[in-house]
Design a protein around this ligand. Structure first.
Ligand code: ADP
Ligand code: ZN
Ligand code: ZN
Length: 753
């Protein structure tokens, strides 16, 4: 009989317990099994196997207690050793335990206290063409003799590579027609758990039109493929291409090459809102080889994709969000991160706090494959990774595929509006543009930057913003009662008083900036009477298909203006949109964050990319009190590279990230004083470690949002030299010093505070 050690979740971490394979399941290393621990069912990972009785016993020892049996084998070879080694290295990088890292990587419910319920997933009929029959002659005969409708169905199936029967019925192919093809041996039918995509594409009744061949690439695109072909395994490339320049087409053609070579492809996108269109595009090209893996999938669907990745005999394309970076696809040929600059690739909570871009590069280094980062506005971090200094090659797509150039940007100086006595949210210029939309049959998108959780102090007369004297960020207003407010820097904890008038020009139009989205929307509705508005933000795009539903409404012309937050700027391709406007760019420019400028410019350029994608040329209107801000200047001149270079210099000279490192420790607990005390205790423990490693410790300080969902939040910020290790004790020592009700998350290289 075999004795096995099973890694189980016990308290904050994993611990191994010994069981026996008494039921003869043939349990082996790396298997996922179900066992009982103190009467409770648990799922765990087999981390050691040996013949039973092999543990050394001295003659005087009591006989070993009878071992409990492994109850079920849930997944054979769930964890492959090399993949596990990579993951362990990533655990160190994220300052978390191997067990927590593994739990986060595996599909939800696989490892842990909770045992996945037996599935109640909906199953539907899936129909696939039979491509390689045993006897080619009979197959050819069967094909020849097909009645016309069956021939059409057969051709459609071959084109899409397989689809749901309901989809075929929606396209006009009845069940008996399908049956007839199955009887001839030209198609096969099976029950499959319905993927979310099956359900959505059925709901919206979009036929799966095929696009197997791909397009003839432009010369520019062709060159990109050539540069990528020269990259070694373990390396990669940044594809910097303006919006609409054909980056996605490049991903698809590179994917086709990998599939043909028998390797898998992983395509990541930052937001689940962008998944459906990318999946649709991949399905049209690669048919049923395409799978999804993201938080919008049902648990059961994620498990299914994971299983198919483990067991795949033919190469797959998986489309997913950041957590898909962990999928055990072997061999992986190509890993794409589209919109690589997007901050949604960073997981902030719960632990492990990781950036999918870092993990992706480490993955190809450890496990092979090549990385492709795509963006119209690359991040500074990636820019610094370009060769020869770093591992990434660079290729560019500088022209849009369509004839329309990028739309021109007009800046509206809101200070001048104020001077003219116009105190509305919407400038007169924007008003005039919006008013004529319906008669021209055009549409607009209007961005209302989501009110940052914190506001800053700005002068409406001259545009001056109160900045931290030490860091390149706006100071943040704290406290809710007027008269009892103060200013604080989130990076260095500098504090200052709130002043009543502008130091620069003396104006008293000097107050915290930032109005709630809801209020802005109400005012818009009032001022734009007669225009049909559609609201697009977290509140209205809830649910799995929220994004898609709203976008479809807008695309169908049910509204003239789509008003929304940041997500509006991402990836939509609507030919009637000729105007993209920003109501208050200042909210983006002065966020209390070192990356505020970079992220603002990325967002604004992306928003600009929404306008003028169809026949008519587009236009961008930006309202701001700071028309001379570098971000606005570079938005107008469209020279993103120049901006990156300037930004690099500023940060390098000031020793700011990424020319230094930061690490944020977030604490939260039910009681304000308990959490504050725990934060101070932690700070005292860390102070000597930081001093020894030449790191600086700031705080403890209340988090920018000091209370969330009834929990108080405090934080410690650590700064240290570029490339140095975190000055933290190894393992779980940090947590052991904390009271049980205080949670701590370690966020190395935080993106936001
Ligand atoms: P991006 O991902 O850079 O925004 P896409 O790949 O979505 O760009 O391309 C923009 C549009 O141009 C899409 O409608 C796409 O189908 C089309 N397109 C891309 N490459 C080509 C090509 N080589 N020939 C014709 N059309 C193309
Ligand atoms: Zn002023
Ligand atoms: Zn500061």
């Amino acid at each position: 009989m075999t004795e096995v050690d099973v890694w189980l979740e016990a308290g904050r971490d994993g611990r191994s317990f010994t069981y026996s394979d008494a039921r003869g399941l043939g349990v082996g290393l790396g298997d996922l099994v179900r066992v009982s621990l103190r009467g409770r069912p648990l799922q765990g990972l087999v981390i050691a196997c040996r013949p039973s009785g092999s543990s050394l016993l001295s003659p005087g020892d009591p006989p070993p207690p009878a071992l409990q049996p492994v109850e079920a084998l849930l997944q054979r070879a769930a964890v492959e050793p090399r993949w596990r080694q990579w993951l362990d290295a990533m655990a160190v990088r994220c300052h978390t335990s191997s067990f927590r890292m593994l739990k986060a990587a595996l599909p939800p419910g696989w490892l842990g206290q909770r045992v996945a319920r037996p599935s109640a997933a909906r199953e539907l009929w899936w129909v696939e063409p039979v491509l390689q029959p045993v006897d080619a002659d009979t197959h050819a005969q069967a094909e020849m003799a097909l009645p016309p409708r069956q021939a059409e169905l057969h051709a459609a199936l071959i084109q899409c590579g397989g689809t749901w029967q309901r989809q075929l019925q929606a396209d006009g192919f009845g069940p008996h027609l399908i049956q007839a093809l199955v009887r001839r041996g030209l198609a096969r039918r099976e029950r499959r758990p319905a993927t979310a995509l099956a359900i959505t594409s059925l709901a919206s009744d979009t036929p799966v039109a095929s696009d197997m061949g791909g397009r003839t690439l432009t010369d520019e695109q062709q060159r990109v493929l050539e540069v990528f072909a020269q990259q070694p395994s373990g390396g990669g490339m940044l594809l910097w291409g303006v919006t609409g320049s054909g980056k996605t087409e490049v991903y698809l053609q590179l994917a086709a090459r990998e599939l043909a070579a028998g390797r898998h492809v992983l395509l990541l996108t930052p937001e689940i809102g962008l998944i459906p269109q990318l999946v649709d595009r991949c399905r049209r090209r690669f048919g049923s080889q395409v799978l999804e893996y993201h938080s919008g999938c049902r648990e059961r669907e994620r498990v299914l994709t994971w299983r198919r990745s483990l067991e795949a005999e033919t190469p797959l394309v998986v489309v997913g969000t950041r957590s898909a970076v962990f999928l055990p696809l072997e061999p992986l040929g190509l890993l794409v991160l589209d919109e690589e600059h997007d901050s949604s690739y960073k997981q902030e909570s719960p632990m492990p706090c990781y950036h999918a871009r870092d993990l992706a590069l480490e993955r190809v280094r450890h496990l092979g494959g090549r990385l492709l980062l795509g963006s119209a506005t690359p991040s500074l971090e990636t820019w610094l990774q370009l060769s020869p200094a770093g591992p990434l090659a660079l290729a560019r797509l500088s022209r849009r595929i369509s004839s329309q150039p990028l739309p021109p940007v007009h800046v509206i100086d809101m200070r001048a509006e104020l001077q003219d006595g116009h105190r509305r949210l919407i400038s007169r210029a924007l008003m005039d543009r919006l008013a004529v939309l319906p008669e021209r049959g055009e549409q607009a998108v209007v961005l209302v930057p989501r009110r940052g959780y914190s506001s800053f102090l700005s002068c409406r007369s001259c545009g001056e913003v109160v900045q931290c004297p030490h860091c390149d960020v706006a100071l943040t207003v704290h406290g809710s009662q007027p008269g009892r407010q103060w200013l604080r820097c989130h990076w260095c904890d500098h504090r200052a008083e709130v002043e009543a008038s502008c130091r620069h020009c003396g104006s008293f139009a000097f107050k915290p900036f930032g109005a709630g989205t809801q209020r802005v929307l109400e005012q818009l509705a009032q001022e734009l009477e007669g225009l049909r508005l559609l609201r697009f933000d977290r509140d209205t795009t809830g649910g799995r298909d929220g994004h898609r539903r709203l976008l479809e409404q807008f695309a169908a012309g049910e509204a003239d203006v789509l008003v929304g937050t940041q997500m509006l700027a991402k990836g939509m391709d609507l030919p009637r949109v000729t105007l993209a406007a920003v109501l208050a760019a200042d909210g983006l420019l002065h966020r209390p964050d070192l990356r505020a400028g970079e992220q603002a410019l990325q967002l604004l350029l992306q928003l600009a990319g929404r306008a003028g994608r169809g026949e008519k040329p587009g236009q961008v209107l930006v309202q701001t009190y700071s028309p001379d801000h570098p971000v606005i200047r570079h938005l107008v001149d469209g020279r993103y590279e120049r901006f990156l270079e300037e930004e690099r210099t500023v940060r390098q000279q000031a020793g700011l990230v990424p020319f230094s490192r930061a690490c944020l420790l977030r604490l939260s607990g039910p009681s304000a004083s308990g959490t504050a005390t725990a934060a101070s205790v932690l700070a005292e423990r860390l102070r000597p470690l930081c001093a020894a490693a030449d790191w600086q410790l700031l705080g403890p300080a209340p988090a920018p949002v000091a209370r969330v969902a009834g929990r108080s939040r405090w934080q410690l910020l650590l700064h240290g030299p570029q490339g140095s290790d975190l000055p933290l004790p190894a393992g779980t020592a940090l947590w052991e010093a904390l009271p049980a009700d205080v949670a701590l998350a370690v966020d190395p290289d935080p993106l936001a505070l």
